[in-house]
Design a protein around this ligand. Structure first.
Ligand code: HAM
Length: 415
């Protein structure tokens, strides 16, 4: 017996309609906001993530599925979607197309993390990336899209926002943070000691209890924003108010990936345990240049589909009914089944979903199966019906019976 790898999950036929529902909502909302889909490979050159996501992040240092392919290239299964989209933007010269360029994707992503409820090693993201605009209304629009997506699933999650500034304010802040942390450096984990010189802000994201204790009273970046970044942050808030989207400022949000600048945000639910962040994102004005493209501002987010589905189950959100066949054909014997097969061919050509018996079940067992399928109609073909060229159709919702000639089947069920 070969088991599924740790931290991965099958989506079984009985559940896949729930995924399709969430994915359909993602596509619907994307259309509403004039986004088009982008598809990039599941794996990329490792260097893209080490440069793009950041050398000091947990994702890059501990969590990547990295391997050498048979040509000795270092390849990584994508741990998130943004870097691949950025690579594609540069490689395909999409910066020469009219801006803004608004894109979305629905992808599997891979992180070698300790699995728990809402945290997997293969998980799925609905992500959005908008390129080319620096205006704060763009940040607000991306947040509004995220808000509408969550609301469209009948879910509630709280929106927290922060600004982590630009290079200029980050430098002032990093100096202040280092001054604050220096006396306690010895108490901190080896990762954080290494981050101290390379990327001190990353220390604020550490989950080790001792480090959390040390950083509890640390300075917060909103107090160090330059005039431009402060004005941008205030303007984003003004637009969120215009959109009627409630939010709280959480000065502790720094996000786990290095490419962010200015606005960062997370939608958090308290109903699904420790892994309550169902969606996270922000502005990243430096990434495109970092990976070799022309300086291009960008803002985006990604939502974790497993976490959203978990939240839907927990909060009793409604899934629409799984679509059932319109009609199930029950045939008494081989000749009747053959007729059912022939009519099913005609119905499917006309776009009418239907099902026939493939198991040589008794008529009684076929009725039972029809019940389970929840087809809207059951059509019975027995010996008498076969010679009369008709079938007995039962409407399962009101139990009304109809005699329908074989050559009128398409017409009858198309109604
Ligand atoms: P992230 O915060 O690393 O951001 O991930 C986004 C979302 O993916 C999380 O809020 C969470 O719902 C889900 N997620 C992350 N890791 C796991 C996991 N191990 N198991 C289950 N779900 C998980 C990004 O990935 C950025 N690329 C988002 C972005 C796009 N920023 C700008 N554009």
């Amino acid at each position: 017996m070969i088991n599924i790898p740790k931290g991965t999950k099958d989506v079984l036929p009985a559940d896949s309609y729930k995924w399709q529902y969430v994915e359909a909502k993602a596509r619907e909302i994307s259309r509403l906001y004039n986004l088009r889909e982008i598809r990039t490979p599941v794996f990329e050159h490792t260097e893209l993530f080490s440069r793009g996501v950041g050398e000091t992040t947990d994702v890059v240092t501990k969590e990547m599925y990295t391997f050498l392919d048979k040509g000795d290239r270092s390849i990584t299964l994508k741990p998130e979607g943004t870097a691949g989209v950025a690579r594609s933007f540069v490689e395909n010269g999409l910066y020469s197309t009219p801006m803004p360029l608004k894109m979305y994707y629905i992808i599997p992503a891979f992180r070698y993390e300790r699995p728990q409820a809402g945290r997997l090693r293969e998980f799925h993201q609905f992500g959005v990336e908008v390129y080319g605009s620096t205006t704060p209304d763009t940040d607000a629009e991306v947040i509004a899209l995220a808000h509408d997506f969550i609301a469209s699933l009948d879910l509630k999650a709280k929106l927290y926002i922060n600004s982590i500034g630009c290079k200029t304010c980050r430098k002032k802040f990093n100096d202040a943070l280092k001054d604050y942390l220096r006396p306690n450096l010895e108490r901190m984990c080896p990762d954080c000691r290494a981050r101290f010189d390379k990327n001190p802000m990353r220390i604020l994201d550490c989950k080790v209890p001792e480090c959390k204790e040390v950083t509890a009273g640390a300075p917060v970046i909103v107090d160090y924003l330059c005039d431009d970044c402060r004005a941008h942050f205030e303007s984003v808030q003004k637009y969120l108010k215009i959109a009627g989207i409630p939010y709280k400022i959480n000065p502790k949000i720094v996000r786990g990936l290095d490419y962010y600048t200015r606005t960062v945000f997370e939608f958090v639910s308290e109903e699904i345990g420790a892994q309550g962040t169902v969606l996270g994102g922000g502005r990243y004005d430096g990434l495109i240049e970092e990976i070799g493209g022309p300086s291009t501002p960008a803002v985006g987010f990604a939502a974790g589909l497993e976490r959203l589905l978990l939240l839907m189950e927990k909060s009793g959100a409604e899934f629409p009914q799984e679509p059932a066949p319109v009609v199930y054909f029950a045939g008494m014997d081989a000749a009747c089944r053959e007729k059912a097969f022939e009519i099913a061919v005609a119905l499917r050509k006309a776009g009418i979903p239907c099902e026939i018996d493939h198991m040589n079940r008794s008529l009684k067992a076929q009725f039972k199966y029809a019940d389970k399928l929840q087809a809207a109609f059951t059509a019975v073909i027995g010996g008498n019906e076969l010679s009369a060229g008709v079938m007995n159709v039962k409407n399962m919702s009101d139990s009304s019976q109809h005699t329908v000639p074989f050559d009128r089947a398409v017409e009858f069920f198309a109604r």
